[in-house]
Design a protein around this ligand. Structure first.
Ligand SMILES: [Zn+2]
Length: 79
């Protein structure tokens, strides 16, 4: 898990500390691609998804590898 140490420890919505995390594809192919240009040719970028057991709030975190590609190409503009 590339996010150890940087994922939230408690829920910003309800304050619960019962958070669960998993890693999923950010889409592509037949599904919408939520992290375009940040994966590889053969594999979409990955999200770590964090769900709160207390209230269900769900947060998505792009993988470190995906973040490292933000400056490549023209898909993303800095705000
Ligand atoms: Zn919550």
């Amino acid at each position: 898990m590339p996010h150890i140490g940087s994922l939230p420890k408690d829920c910003r919505n309800c304050g619960s500390r019962e958070l669960y995390a998993t890693e999923v594809s950010a889409g592509g192919g037949y599904a919408p691609n939520y992290l375009p240009g940040l994966g590889t040719f053969w594999r979409s970028a990955r999200f770590t998804v964090v769900v709160c057991r207390g209230c269900g709030e769900t947060r998505f975190f792009a993988s470190v590898k995906a973040i490292s590609k933000l400056d490549e190409g023209k898909k993303w503009r800095k705000l």
